[in-house]
Write a protein that binds this ligand. Structure first.
Ligand code: AMP
Length: 193
């Protein structure tokens, strides 16, 4: 089973991914985490990524797709085990590239879990996270920019996946365990894929 966990920054994608991994044993691909690791290691990719992340912008599609394609080439076993994609795709171009890459491995996106959270709550959560994470992009100006980028570039994916018939909308304003319980119910029909 391949799942995309989808939602605005601060919607709880990472938190719910952790719970999904524990439940279904999926391999976790978080592009945000992957890029932050490169920044911490001081790689060339990290340097390029940081120049976008710190401004609240998306890394260009071509680069992001290459990173993912390399990961699949190096570790085809991850795809075989089923993947939870967290923070990818973030644009229609990335979604199309993902479909193509998965097709090459004889598989597809089975379900997209969309976490729907009110804007005030998103900002509150990210400011709160910023106090502990020290993330350069969890400060108010950058948060506003990231939300703007989300609405313009990423939100259209909801329509894209709705048209494909695999989008599951989840009210993400509730307590963590209530949200997860709804996700489990929605994913139950996909469990044996
Ligand atoms: P996240 O941890 O998913 O919130 O990602 C943090 C930042 O990493 C984003 O604001 C983007 O700058 C960058 N990033 C992560 N995933 C992607 C992606 N799929 N496409 C472009 N940029 C990304």
């Amino acid at each position: 089973m391949n799942i995309v966990i989808f939602g605005a920054p601060g919607s709880g994608k990472g938190t719910q991914s952790d719970k999904l991994i524990a439940e279904y044993g999926l391999y976790h691909i978080s592009t945000g985490e992957l890029l932050r690791e490169h920044i911490a290691r001081g790689t060339h990719l990290g340097e390029v990524a940081d120049s976008y992340i710190s401004r609240g912008l998306l890394i260009p599609d071509e680069l992001m797709i290459d990173v993912l394609s390399d990961l699949f080439k190096q570790h085809p076993e991850h795809i075989a085990s089923g993947v939870i994609f967290d923070g990818f795709p973030r644009t229609i171009a990335q979604a199309e590239a993902l479909a193509e890459m998965l097709k090459e491995h004889g598989t597809e996106v089975h379900a997209v879990v969309g976490l729907d959270v009110d804007e005030d709550e998103l900002i509150r959560r990210m400011l709160d996270r910023g106090k502990q994470s020290g993330r350069s992009d969890d400060k108010l100006d950058t948060i506003r920019k990231r939300l703007d980028v989300y609405h313009k570039q990423t939100a259209p994916l909801k329509e894209y996946y709705l048209n494909k018939g695999c989008f599951h909308n989840i009210d993400g304003n509730r307590p963590i365990d209530d949200i997860f319980s709804s996700i489990r119910t929605e994913l139950a029909p996909h469990k044996d894929k």
